[in-house]
Design a protein around this ligand. Structure first.
Ligand SMILES: [Zn+2]
Length: 193
């Protein structure tokens, strides 16, 4: 008798449908992507950074900033802005991706890696990239573009005004695609911080 009750409970448990509001293998919610939004990039890694950002803004995690870190042609870390989700003003996409890559690679030193990020890094993230020894930073939208959609990067950067000394450490690619991402963000309900 007891065993048959256990069997029925187990069967009920197995037949319970999976929750629909989480990203995963067997669910109905479509993970947003650059392709879904009709955004095409010249660089495949910038497309992945845009995918990250779209996931973040769709979930209401924060601004339209996604990043991927690449080593020898392989993605070794990724992240998006989670300032709102975590109530953490330092959780920018670049910082999230650096933490992810360092954990996955088991190191604090990302020498030999490059980062692709949808917006030009703010001063905090730029220095985080340098502390992490990232070889190069590829960004989409410029720091002025970030200001246009309501972020204070440009104001903070003017306090330092030294990034032009970094030469080709910072390289702008796929700006048009990232501007389309910013437009998608502006069309969504969003919180300015
Ligand atoms: Zn930042």
């Amino acid at each position: 008798m007891v065993s048959s009750v256990v069997c029925i409970l187990l069967a009920a448990l197995l037949l319970t449908p999976l929750p629909l509001n989480t990203f995963g293998a067997n669910e109905a919610v479509t993970v947003p992507s650059a392709e879904m939004y009709g955004i095409s990039t010249e660089d495949p890694f910038m497309r992945l950074a845009i995918d990250e950002a779209l996931e973040g803004i769709t979930l209401g995690h924060g601004g339209p900033f996604g990043s991927v870190i690449v080593k020898n042609g392989q993605v070794v870390g990724s992240g998006h802005n989670m300032v709102l989700k975590n109530n953490d003003p330092t959780c920018h996409g670049e910082v999230a991706a650096i933490r992810d890559a360092c954990q996955k690679l088991g190191t604090y030193d990302l020498t030999g890696c490059e980062i692709y990020t949808t917006g030009e890094p703010c001063p905090m993230c730029l220095f985080a990239c340098m502390w992490a020894n990232l070889d190069k930073v590829y960004y989409g939208c410029t720091i002025e573009d970030n200001a246009i959609i309501g972020f204070r990067d440009e104001a903070f950067d003017s306090l330092f005004a030294g990034r032009e000394q970094l030469g080709d450490y910072l390289v702008c690619i796929d700006r048009d695609a990232c501007l389309e991402l910013f437009s998608a963000y502006l069309e969504l309900e969003h919180t300015i911080y």
